[in-house]
Design a protein around this ligand. Sequence first.
Ligand SMILES: [Zn+2]
Length: 302
Amino acid sequence: MSTFPISDFRFPIGRATRPMPGVPTRGAAKPPGPAWALWRWATCALLCIAASGALAATNLVENGTFSKADQDKLPEGWYCRLADYMPKEQVNANGIKSYRYICGCGQDLGDVKPWCGLFCPKCKGFIGGEESGDWYAKNHERVSLDGGAVKFTLDKSTGENQGVRIFSHLIKVKRGWGYRLSFKTRTKGSIARVFVECFRYPDKVKSNVWEGAHDPALGQQAAIEKSYRGHVNCGSPADWQTFTKDLIAPKRYEFDFITVKLYAYMPGEAWFDDVVITPMTPSEVEEFRSKKQPKDDRFKYR
Ligand SMILES: [Zn+2]
């Protein structure tokens, strides 16, 4: 470890005191150091090797076939135990308003909005970065493995309110590339939707840090922000139906990380299987872009 000082990222210069474990903190606005550059270079090099060689068609989604279970009999590689938060307004003696972010389990997560990929230090749930309070505290109890697929079971209240959702591990991708999602689903009573939440490092490097557990893809633990979302409305197919979606963001919204979010609502059951994400070839990306001619500059592809 002495030759690769990644621990530098955890204690940015400019903080007088060591931050509390498990609380995102604002660091000094400090440019990335050489270790950051090395890390990014190594990650890019690995991605390039993987994408250019025989591994090009490898599924980037771990356990997308739901063939592996963890010790809780939940799908390995997927986050089923979720932790979300709500901002709690505080007013100081001078009438200045600020917020603290409180996990659904009651844990105070600090005064910096937690980003996707972190784990609550108390309930150990995965933080997807959305404000949903304690809606998903029992989410994992409604998820099971069933005949090599993942199954959601939604009672009346869950189905008519928050629904059930699980997240894949964060996947580090190459900014500006295109990715193709495919999966299959079937339902009984419920309605299925699949989202691909896409994130990136902020344009201006902020050194917000997190001392606690996090998705390994985050590496140096710098904050990420949501920049794009792919969305597939599947309806209620009674038999297995396969869906595909190309993930190519307009230039302004390009991304560095993705997580697949499987979601179902309305009382009943929903199954998902064979979730695959692969990089698109340059010609596939070019074909996609050539069909889009956005009038608004903000949505220009390149
Ligand atoms: Zn919690």
